[in-house]
Design a protein around this ligand. Structure first.
Ligand SMILES: Nc1nc2c(c(=O)[nH]1)N[C@H]1C(S)=C(S)[C@@H](COP(=O)(O)O)O[C@H]1N2
Ligand SMILES: [Mo]
Length: 513
């Protein structure tokens, strides 16, 4: 049994053979990263395959990943992939024989996966196969050279065998160092050549000529009303955010329109910019979760941009596409009615952070992000729900995603211990588009009691509330519920995020001493 050859070979050789496979895989990734720096970081084998994995992740697995790792889901994926690759590469090292190069075959097979993943990505260039091909060629060379030495004839033990182990070890150290160097140089080059950070620093956010917020509501906001960009949740399918300069960016408006238009930054700059406070919410946000954030967005009414193209009366959906291929399907109505849907270029007075869509993204009040908030948006296709399906709808989420009324207790936290007497209970409540009329708190199974609203209702932004609790010693559960602007009570029915958003009441358990 040839497969058992290596398993029967001396332990140090087995370890060296496995290590050769791992180092060879590192060479593939390092060299791939280096070559990708000259094309696009998304063309490298690791990111290309990672993105393909993201796109093919079933809905429940995605929910699990977001639940477990939150915004760190991408790091978790990359680390997980590296572990899997290392294991497979070790197996490839054990399998490789000079005349039965099964390890190399495995490498080439994964190379094909990498090439397919890279060349089928949205916006892939013709040369995107190169990083993987060059990387795999270098990796296979290392694999063959290393395992070839280990295949020195035995038994009988020849005196040279030990020397060969040392040669292999030295060679592996060199190849490993080379792989790391290629990866590091590739990453640095990529930053120098492709990073959009400098472009962003030079981007002048247009001054807002008017506010779309309800009149009288834009006074001094209480602390915590605006989510600092560093705390703002980030959810997207991009392992590395697209690097689009303001100059290179443009937005094509096409499909069922009278005339196709292409909007660029210069055209936007000639239009009056507006400002609006909108709370974004992710459909994956669990009851009590933090996949929600509030910002003051600056941008241009999507209604005006769409009007330039003249949408057909038969259309009912706009399929927006990101530079990286993500799509969202938004009711045309939501982009043309009075709610103030924006093509945003600024967030809290700054250019959009790169992870939040620089240079331009959509912000549509009242709809979950997956059906509306396309970042790095480059195309708006006016179409119909019976003709087009967007990214998450293809993966099991609902076609339409209006945000459900929700509320959250932020202080105290579950598990906190507080002193008896006056305890401040505070949090947020939201019902974008309808606004929040009131919030009530209940201690254990007691009566519902009205909380105080900290600022006037802004309709599309969350409302901060506070309630003072006269706490008695013991273990207690605090529960919150909100009433929207139509007086409708937040649903207490417990539902998971899939397919159209979680519901249920948030509660925290606290100990009073
Ligand atoms: N290009 C792109 N835009 C996207 C997404 C994405 O995966 N890719 N995710 C959407 C989802 S699901 C949400 S909840 C919001 C999150 O926006 P944020 O990361 O700025 O908070 O972006 C939306 N826009
Ligand atoms: Mo989301």
């Amino acid at each position: 049994m040839w497969i058992l050859d290596r398993v029967r070979s001396p332990a140090p050789e087995r370890v060296l053979a496995a290590a050769t496979g791992v180092v060879a895989a590192a060479v593939v990734l390092g060299v791939g990263q280096f070559v990708a720096a000259f094309l696009d970081r998304a063309a490298g084998p690791l990111l290309a395959v990672g993105s393909a994995v993201v796109d093919h992740t079933p809905a429940p697995v995605r929910e699990f990943a977001i639940d477990t790792f939150g915004t760190g889901d991408k790091t978790a994926l990359i680390v997980g992939m590296c572990v899997v690759i290392a294991v497979l590469a070790a197996v490839a090292g054990l399998l490789e024989r000079p005349r039965r190069p099964w390890g190399s075959v495995l490498f080439v097979a994964f190379g094909i996966v990498g090439v397919v993943a890279a060349t089928t990505r949205a916006g892939a260039g013709v040369a995107w196969f190169l990083p993987t091909v060059v990387g795999v060629a270098a990796g296979v060379a290392v694999l063959r050279a290393g395992t070839g030495r280990l295949a020195a004839p035995r038994p009988p033990r020849v005196p040279g065998a030990r020397t060969d182990r040392r040669t292999v070890l030295l060679g592996l150290t060199g190849a490993g160092a080379g792989a790391v160097l290629a990866g590091v140089v590739g990453t640095v080059l990529d930053h120098l050549l492709n990073d959009v950070g400098r472009d962003r620093s030079g981007f002048a956010v247009p001054p807002a000529t008017r506010s779309l917020d309800p009149p009288g509501a834009t006074g001094d906001a209480p602390a915590g009303f605006i989510t600092p960009p560093s705390d703002f949740y980030r959810i997207d399918t991009a392992l590395r955010p697209p690097q689009l300069t303001a100059e290179r960016w443009s937005l094509r408006i096409h499909g069922m329109v009278d005339r196709e238009v292409r909007v660029d930054m210069a055209m936007l700059r000639a239009m009056p910019a507006v400002e609006k406070t909108v709370t974004l919410t992710c459909v994956s946000n669990e009851v009590g979760g933090d996949l929600i954030g509030n910002a003051r967005w600056i941008g241009y009414p999507l209604r005006d941009l769409l009007a330039m193209a003249g949408p057909s009366g038969d259309a009912d959906m706009v399929l927006s596409t990101s530079d990286d291929g993500f799509t969202a399907g938004t009711p045309l109505q939501a982009l043309t009615d009075d709610r103030g849907a924006l093509l945003a270029v600024g967030m809290d007075g700054q250019p959009l952070p790169v992870e939040h869509g620089y240079p331009a993204r959509m912000v549509v009040p009242g709809l979950y992000g997956y059906v509306s908030a396309t970042k790095w948006v480059v195309s708006l296709e006016v179409t119909r729900f019976d003709r087009a399906t967007a990214y998450w709808t293809q993966r099991g989420w609902a076609e339409k995603g209006p945000i459900k009324t929700g509320s959250r207790i932020d202080v105290p936290r579950s598990g906190d211990t507080v002193g008896r007497g006056r305890v401040t209970v505070a949090g947020v409540a939201w019902a974008q588009g309808r606004g929040i009329n009131g919030v009530q708190i209940r201690v254990d199974d007691g009566p519902w009691q009205a909380a105080t609203m900290l600022a006037p209702d802004m309709l599309d932004a969350w409302r901060l509330w506070r309630w003072t609790w006269d706490a008695s010693p013991g273990d207690h559960t605090l529960t919150v519920r909100a009433f929207d602007g139509d007086g409708r009570q937040q649903s207490a029915i417990v539902a998971p995020p899939i397919p159209d958003g979680a519901s249920g009441l948030h509660s925290v358990d606290v100990t009073v001493t």
